[in-house]
Design a protein around this ligand. Structure first.
Ligand SMILES: NC(=O)c1ccc[n+]([C@@H]2O[C@H](COP(=O)([O-])OP(=O)(O)OC[C@H]3O[C@@H](n4cnc5c(N)ncnc54)[C@H](OP(=O)(O)O)[C@@H]3O)[C@@H](O)[C@H]2O)c1
Length: 332
């Protein structure tokens, strides 16, 4: 994780011309970085922003905050902000969400996969540890199911290239020792690890996303084939309530880090907006601080192409169990 001396502040927002008239989905948009990103998209003139949340009343409160911020701004934009149900720990909810998006949205220019959890090791969902179900399997299932929908809608509308942004964390790079113990099977490894600390599990789940998306984007789904840009972004250490579902030791460690080095949620959200407007050169790349972040990916991650492939294949097997054929449909 970056120190206060290296973490840039007052990051830029993209020009509104890259956001206006477009439709975005932001997962986990009721609080933290997701709420700040959704609000910035609305303030920059997005036509439609879907707040994809598991707690509808928290989503409605977020919508009210965004609507008030847009009304206060004198830009004259009229963004339609909607609250849709999505629980990433329930795979039928993900499938239902994608069906609804296909039926009700004319276009989806950006999917910001921001939702995540740092739960204790004992909590489980869909046969996995909760952190694994939400941050890895649920997040990548949503991306894989949405990608062909977004691609088809963009073709029908002759629109811009849509983006799928997976919000990850460089905190994963601190978990090398445990990672290497998984032998390329991180889902099984994380699910089966006894007595794993919540913070370590969270870091490993984010590292799994990074390994899997590096291979998926670079080797499985080129932009030429799918017409969709897929990138990863680390928002940096930000002051949010990320650890609220976590055990006390995770809360305390994160609080101390946030106090000494944290960015505001608004600043952190700007990295998400940068990723959702970044060009085809960002495909398969890690971005942070509104720039190319690959230079900060350690060699043991960057150079492990076999490990990236094996990780994607392990995740893909899980996705195929939930929705047979979904991986092949990305390039169909
Ligand atoms: N904050 C940081 O310093 C930092 C650093 C690096 C990366 N990140 C990443 O940035 C993203 C946003 O983090 P944040 O700090 O804004 O955290 P946050 O304030 O805890 O927000 C997380 C969001 O994810 C939602 N969520 C959790 N489980 C879900 C589920 N099963 N289904 C749907 N939504 C679910 C939460 O909903 P509820 O409110 O209902 O729980 C909340 O809206 C995460 O991917 C995180 O890993 C954060």
């Amino acid at each position: 994780m970056a120190t206060p001396y290296t973490q840039a502040r007052n990051l830029p927002l993209p020009p509104s011309s890259l956001i206006q008239s477009r439709t975005y989905i932001v997962t986990g948009a009721n609080t933290g970085l997701g709420l700040a990103a959704a609000q910035n998209l609305a303030l920059l003139g997005a036509a439609r922003v879907i707040l994809a949340v598991r707690n509808l009343s928290a989503g409605e409160a977020a919508k009210a905050q965004i609507d008030a911020a847009v009304a206060d701004a004198t830009t004259g934009v009229k963004t339609k902000v909607e609250v849709w149900y999505l629980d990433l720990s329930v795979f039928s909810s993900i499938k239902a969400f994608v069906k609804r998006a296909d039926a009700e949205l004319e276009r989806v220019d950006g999917l910001i996969e921001n939702a995540a959890v740092g739960a204790g090791g004992g909590e489980r969902a869909e046969g996995h540890r909760l952190t694994v179900a939400v941050n890895v399997v649920g997040t990548l299932l949503l991306g894989v199911l949405m990608l062909p929908v977004m691609a088809r809608k963009a073709k029908e509308k002759e629109g811009d290239t849509p983006r799928v942004v997976v919000v990850t964390s460089r905190a994963g790079f601190d978990a090398r020792e445990e990672w290497e113990g998984f032998g390329g099977e991180p889902v099984k490894g994380m699910d089966g690890m006894d007595g794993i600390e919540a913070i370590k599990l969270y870091s490993l789940s984010k590292l799994t996303e990074t390994f899997a998306v590096h291979h998926l984007a670079r080797e499985v789904i080129t932009v030429e084939e799918t017409g969709v840009i897929v990138n990863l972004v680390c928002p940096g250490l930000c002051i949010t309530d990320l650890a609220r579902h976590a055990p006390p030791e995770f809360k305390e460690q994160l609080r101390q880090l946030q106090e000494t080095a944290g960015r505001t949620a608004d600043d952190g959200s700007r990295t998400l907006l940068h990723a959702v407007t970044a060009g085809a050169e960002s495909h398969g790349m890690l971005l942070h601080s509104c720039e190319d972040g690959e230079k900060d990916v350690p060699d043991w991650v960057k150079d492990d192409l076999a490990g990236q492939k094996k990780t994607w294949e392990a995740v893909a097997r899980e996705l195929e169990t939930v929705e047979p054929g979904c991986v092949g449909k990305m390039v169909a």
